[in-house]
Design a protein around this ligand. Structure first.
Ligand SMILES: NC(=O)c1ccc[n+]([C@@H]2O[C@H](COP(=O)([O-])OP(=O)(O)OC[C@H]3O[C@@H](n4cnc5c(N)ncnc54)[C@H](OP(=O)(O)O)[C@@H]3O)[C@@H](O)[C@H]2O)c1
Length: 221
């Protein structure tokens, strides 16, 4: 397939790129530091805090799917997931690219956002510990990051594209195992971690799973 991989220098983005190239996909890698990309792929520059729509449109044109590992590296950069993903959506629409797969986070399903002011109090996949300790703690701890991801999810859901949102819990740098669990529109029960490599694997697997279109997918070890 022809894929555009966005934020291809990040933890998940690098894994998306490596695994996509290994699988024989034809990849365009989009990054704000494309010089860091050593894989033999086309590259494109994009600072997604200040998106250049014509350049993004050019990078995405002709792709079968866009996969994004975009997220704020620091609290002060929060907002980039929303702004950058909104630009990706607009660029994809302009050139008729329909498939979009992005990464969010497990606690976002219960976080209010402008389009979902009254989300469920608890995620059906979360057990006692996550409901009463883990989720309230992370909502406070990562307030700005999560508000950004929640608003990004709003934009993705409203995009009219064939979208899938991947929602992992705490990320690790463990190697690809391919042994992870998924859950549709809920978190994985008892799933406390996921490796970035496994999340990338799950996002790429969605390309062959049309049943994931229009859904959030919990992914965890
Ligand atoms: N940490 C966790 O435990 C956890 C758990 C669940 C979900 N998440 C979420 O999962 C997502 C991905 O995680 P990760 O560990 O792969 O994140 P990461 O390593 O911090 O990667 C973030 C990516 O976004 C890119 N980016 C940030 N600002 C940009 C800008 N202005 N223009 C272009 N690219 C920009 C970064 O580019 P550079 O490489 O140039 O900096 C990097 O490629 C994040 O949204 C994170 O919040 C994290």
């Amino acid at each position: 397939m022809r894929l555009t991989i966005v934020a291809a220098t990040g933890g998940i983005g690098r894994q998306l790129l490596l695994q996509a190239v290994d699988a024989g996909h034809d990849v365009t890698a989009v990054a704000r530091s494309p010089e860091k990309i050593t894989a033999p792929v086309r590259t494109a520059y994009a600072d997604l805090a200040h998106p250049d729509l014509p350049a993004l449109t050019e990078a995405i044109k002709g792709s079968d799917a866009v996969l994004s590992g975009l997220g704020a590296r620091t609290t002060s950069e929060a907002g980039v997931a929303t702004r950058g993903t909104a630009a990706l959506i607009e660029a994809a629409r302009r050139v008729g690219v329909r498939r979009l797969i992005v990464v969010s986070a497990a606690p976002i399903g219960t976080l209010p956002s402008p389009a979902r002011p009254h989300p469920p109090r608890h995620d059906p996949g979360d057990g006692f510990f996550m409901r009463h300790l883990g989720v309230p703690f992370t909502h406070r701890m990562f307030r700005e990051h999560y508000a950004d991801l929640a608003e990004m999810e709003d934009a993705v859901r409203a995009s009219g594209l064939d979208w899938t949102i991947s929602r992992p819990p705490r990320l690790t740098d463990k190697p690809l195992s391919g042994r992870y669990r998924t859950a549709v529109d809920r978190n994985v029960r008892g799933g406390l971690t996921a490796s970035r490599a496994d999340v990338a694997h799950q996002m790429l697997a969605c390309l062959e799973q049309p049943e994931t279109i229009g859904h959030t997918i919990g992914v965890a070890k």
